[in-house]
Unconditional design. Structure first.
Length: 155
């Protein structure tokens, strides 16, 4: 596993923006969660989170799109091998979150609320160490057809 320290915003100005390419891989997973703030009483949690505060949890069919942006390799033409990217997402995200109760089964959510925003950030943090930092990473996570989060919010 290679770690890098350079990000897109640090690249020199001699990189032509027309050389940039974006690559996307979409996957799906199902998970349950419950939104709550442990510091609040039941009334306040119901007021803020409504049905999402259900003591029996509730589930979503998440649609995850992982976006990469950078300059493709001159020899292969790849920004990333899509088979490798799919396997990475399967190993780091799908196997970790699919058919799980996020509150109870996913370590990161023992300390933070499993909102779609926080889930997108956790996915980013689980993938970022495996992707060359000369390549930008963006996560788009649909919780429903009408609700989605992006992390980071801007490229």
């Amino acid at each position: 596993r290679r770690r890098h320290t350079r990000y897109w915003r640090d690249w020199s100005s001699d990189v032509c923006s027309s050389d940039l390419t974006a690559l996307y891989r979409t996957e799906h997973f199902n998970a349950a969660h419950r939104l709550l703030c442990g510091e609040w009483d039941e009334h306040k949690n119901k007021e803020v989170f409504g049905k999402c505060f259900s003591p029996n949890f509730h589930g979503h069919n998440y649609k995850l799109t992982v976006g990469l942006k950078g300059i493709p390799d001159e020899k292969t033409g790849y920004l990333a091998d899509t088979k490798w990217l799919s396997a990475l997402i399967q190993r780091q995200i799908i196997e970790y979150m699919d058919h799980r109760n996020l509150n109870l089964d996913v370590e990161e959510f023992s300390k933070i609320n499993p909102t779609v925003e926080n889930i997108a950030r956790v996915i980013y943090e689980r993938l970022r160490p495996f992707i060359d930092t000369q390549i930008d990473l963006k996560i788009e996570l649909y919780e429903t057809e009408r609700n989605r989060a992006e992390y980071p919010a801007t490229w």
